[in-house]
Design a protein around this ligand. Structure first.
Ligand SMILES: NC(=O)c1ccc[n+]([C@@H]2O[C@H](COP(=O)([O-])OP(=O)(O)OC[C@H]3O[C@@H](n4cnc5c(N)ncnc54)[C@H](OP(=O)(O)O)[C@@H]3O)[C@@H](O)[C@H]2O)c1
Length: 369
């Protein structure tokens, strides 16, 4: 039976209200306080991080927001662990735009506290994980369409799931669908000790590839080696293109997974072998300059700029991707590094550290009062 089928079945067998699936049980208790009157209706209020003006981490304010009631097809989730992703920085800076004020955040795990009218297959007390749109997970409670929520397998704790849901599905899509990594392939992963990078290295190694990772310092190099990098290049000390050519006996790699963007894409093209593929999936250092087609013509290269959202657009794709991630976590192929946790109210510190390259592995925010 496929994971997707298993989990459709699990939708009908959700745990009772007070049950948690973490190894350390968390009791369900509603966060929302009812104190704002709107006509005859009282609007539930929760604490959340909100961005009114674009800018640095300091624009993130900890304040009360209305959470409302779920409408048709929606659920309200009391978040227990919230994943931090580089995309949250892009929205805060205005690289990607959203109507303001907005609550950032694309990923969390939590307990369902309300379901929209007529919704079946979900009930109060279910434990779910979600990643992607709609934005707004940096909140004690958040309303989402039920179709973006995935049941959390009992073997995976909340922090781990919040650390791996978006980043793990990204790794799945990049390694299994955008470019299918196979035994014998050589793979270059930039930011190899980062949230997505750490998972890409572990998974590519398990698929039988020779994995080359780039990192900024010795500490991150040690982590990347533990995560399955056969060769680690510290780009602050060594020239990446020269080292990749040495490692591959002048041939180059089959695929480069480049999330750094502006600073790396030219070197990434040089590191590819004939017919190789540049998978440009992020821009932590800034948006790459336009790439002339002639850059690709020299070696008949392929270039793609994938987005996770496009590869998990259908319910089946989402369940398939999340299922592969959870299965690889459960089997030990993926070791999830929750290297940093912060109270939700201090999300600005998490952003500052992520932006300053001070973090490795994943960052998780824990909702506080
Ligand atoms: N396309 C998609 O669907 C998708 C989905 C998820 C994530 N992403 C992208 O994947 C990338 C990684 O995301 P993540 O959340 O896992 O972050 P991350 O990789 O943990 O953090 C970024 C890392 O990039 C490296 N870096 C190099 N130049 C940098 C610079 N100028 N500023 C900041 N960091 C720099 C740093 O590692 P070193 O210290 O080793 O240089 C840093 O730790 C992001 O670009 C994100 O947008 C894309």
């Amino acid at each position: 039976m496929t994971y997707a089928v298993l989990h459709r079945l699990r939708l009908c067998h959700s745990p009772p209200l007070t049950t948690s699936t973490t190894t350390t049980p968390r009791r369900y208790s509603p966060t929302a306080v009812r104190c704002r009157c709107s006509g005859d209706n009282e609007m539930p209020l929760v604490k959340a991080i909100r961005v009114h003006d674009l800018g640095g981490p300091e624009v993130m304010r900890w304040e009360q927001v209305e959470v409302g009631e779920p409408k048709d097809g929606e659920i309200r989730v009391k978040n227990t662990a919230i994943g931090v992703n580089f995309i949250d920085i892009y929205f805060r800076q205005g690289v990607y735009s959203a109507p303001r004020p907005f609550v950032p955040g694309m990923e969390a795990v939590g307990v369902v506290t309300a379901v929209g009218p007529g919704l079946t297959g979900r009930k109060v007390g279910d434990v779910v994980a979600y990643a992607g749109k709609p934005m707004g997970s940096y909140a004690q409670e958040h309303i989402i369409p039920a179709c973006v929520a995935v049941p959390l397998p009992p073997s995976i704790d909340h922090n781990t799931a919040a650390a791996v849901m978006l980043k793990g599905m990204t790794a799945h899509v990049l390694l299994r669908r955008v470019f299918q990594v196979q035994t014998g392939h050589s793979v270059l992963v930039h930011a190899a000790a980062g949230g997505v990078g750490s998972l890409l290295c572990q998974w590519a190694n398990a698929l039988g590839a020779t994995v080359i990772g780039t990192v900024s310092n010795e500490e991150k190099a040690a982590q990347a080696a533990q995560d399955g990098c056969h060769h680690v290049i510290i780009y602050t000390k060594e020239d990446v293109v020269t080292r990749v050519k040495e490692i591959t006996a002048g041939k180059g790699v089959n695929v480069v997974y480049d999330s750094v963007g502006k600073d790396t894409y030219k070197g990434s093209v040089e590191c590819l072998e004939s017919h190789g593929m540049l998978v440009s999936f992020g821009q932590s250092s800034g948006t790459p300059d336009p790439i002339p087609l002639s850059d690709l013509a020299a070696k008949s290269l392929f270039l793609t700029r994938p987005s996770l959202m496009h590869y998990t657009a259908t319910r089946d794709e989402l369940l398939q991707s999340a299922g592969e991630v959870f299965a690889n976590v459960a089997s030990g192929v993926l070791r999830i590094r929750v290297n940093h946790t912060y109270p939700l109210s201090q999300a600005a510190r998490a952003h500052a550290d992520l932006q300053a390259r001070k973090t490795s592995g994943s960052i998780v925010l824990i909702p506080d009062d």
